[in-house]
Ligand binder design. Structure first.
Ligand SMILES: Cc1cc2nc3c(=O)[nH]c(=O)nc-3n(C[C@H](O)[C@H](O)[C@H](O)COP(=O)(O)OP(=O)(O)OC[C@H]3O[C@@H](n4cnc5c(N)ncnc54)[C@H](O)[C@@H]3O)c2cc1C
Length: 381
């Protein structure tokens, strides 16, 4: 474990590791079949304080630094992806804009509810016409005497069907767009004119939902504006910088689980009269996987630590997310391959992990967009 991880976090990571083995792994198949998290499990997660790890202690959270949090998340990600997903939005993209930009009133109202897990958060940026180019969004927020009126549609929004509070990024000035014309809003579930549209059917990620979020003359009071008018694009990008490291941490956790499954199977499975672990082709798959996960892990620790020391991690978080998620996908492919036909069968769980890890190269900015941002930084004057 990285030497910079605090002693308290090390103890916590150990207890999360036990929780994963004793309580999460036994219910994985049922989550996959039903698409639902058992209520008792979510209650235990709340009791463990998992929903508020990154929320400052004065608002009911654990106030963990990013490095410690990433390693807790990495451990928890060794269980079913839905378990990681429900807590990571509350700790990351669903609460960080409030932590960083919220008024004292907004913080006092929302953060304790998010930290306890009583409220589930959602972050709504992506639209059908604005994905990688988030600045092309068209959801409009118009200022009126009564507050802001939102019209438009978001899609692919994680947690939307179960969310209590949405951070919504919307256009407030068509001319200025990303240069001061986009603002952030806090919109409560049940607000008039807010509706959840289709829930997307997905290739993986069972138990954590993405859906459309539709705004039809949805009135948001002035108190729902997050940060200054026009600062929404900056708020969204800052939130995603941190979110990218969470994605990297989870991908490494899934990769490590897969690697240990690969090692175990390679020792057990015999062909041509000996364990397949004795074939060089299989050894290389394992060696390459271990090497890539080690490199990704070091990038994660370095970038999270830079963030905790106040550095701008824009480029580092892109590099870490890019490398970790692509590496974890290669690990999944190799481990599936070394399982032969068994890797394709549902009973080994590898096909599920393979499907789940695929989304990590897309959300929080695709691999192509990470490369674009890294290159832009390298090539700037
Ligand atoms: C499981 C999941 C959960 C998600 N959760 C959320 C959420 O909670 N909130 C939210 O707001 N969004 C969420 N998203 C949306 C996600 O952030 C977007 O899907 C992602 O940013 C890509 O946008 P897009 O799907 O529109 O793809 P597009 O932007 O249409 O991209 C299509 C292809 O073109 C490539 N491309 C685009 N532009 C360039 C370029 N300049 N150079 C090179 N290649 C390029 C992309 O890399 C991709 O391969 C989620 C997505 C998924 C899959």
């Amino acid at each position: 474990m990285d030497e910079r991880i605090t002693q308290d976090a090390r103890h916590f990571i150990d207890s999360v590791s036990r929780f994963v083995k004793d309580e999460c792994m036994p219910v994985e198949d049922s989550i996959e079949e039903t698409g639902r998290l058992p209520e008792a499990l979510v209650r235990t997660m709340r009791d463990m304080g998992l929903f508020g790890l990154r929320i400052p202690s004065e608002y009911g959270g654990a106030g963990m630094n990013l490095l410690d949090y990433c390693y807790v998340l990495k451990e928890l990600s060794k269980s079913h992806d839905a378990i990681r997903a429900i807590m990571s939005v509350n700790n990351g993209i669903g609460s960080m804009a409030i932590v960083n930009e919220g008024t004292e009133e907004q913080k006092r109202h929302y953060l304790p509810l998010l930290a306890s897990g009583e409220y589930i958060a959602s972050f709504a940026l992506t639209e059908p016409g604005a994905g990688s180019d988030a600045s092309a969004l068209t959801t409009m927020a118009e200022r009126t005497e009564k507050g802001w009126v939102l019209n438009g549609m978001k899609h692919f929004i994680t947690n939307a069907p179960i969310a209590d509070i949405f951070t919504v990024i919307a256009l407030t000035d068509k001319e200025k767009r990303a240069k001061g014309g986009i603002s952030a809003f806090l919109v409560d579930k049940g607000s008039r004119g807010l509706r959840i549209g289709n829930v997307h059917s997905t290739m993986g990620g069972k138990g954590w939902l993405q859906a459309e979020v539709i705004f039809e003359d949805c009135l948001v009071p002035d108190a729902g504006l997050l940060g200054m008018p026009g600062s929404g694009f900056r708020i969204a990008m800052k939130t995603l910088n941190e979110g990218r490291l969470s994605a990297a941490a989870s991908a490494i956790g899934i990769g490590e689980r897969l690697l240990s499954m690969g090692v175990e199977y390679a020792k057990l499975r015999k062909q041509f009269g000996k364990p397949i672990a004795e074939f060089e082709a299989i050894q290389w798959m394992l060696a390459d996987s271990a090497t890539e996960l080690y490199a990704a892990d070091r990038m994660l620790a370095d970038t999270a630590s830079r963030f905790d020391h106040g550095e701008d991690i824009r480029t580092h978080s892109s590099m870490t997310k890019l490398f970790a998620t692509e590496a974890a996908f290669r690990v999944a492919d190799r481990v599936l391959q070394l399982h032969g036909g068994m890797g394709f069968m549902k009973e080994t769980k590898i096909e599920r992990l393979f499907r789940d890890i695929r989304a990590y190269r897309i959300f929080e900015g695709t691999s192509e967009i990470q490369r674009f941002m890294i290159a832009r930084e390298l090539l700037k004057d």
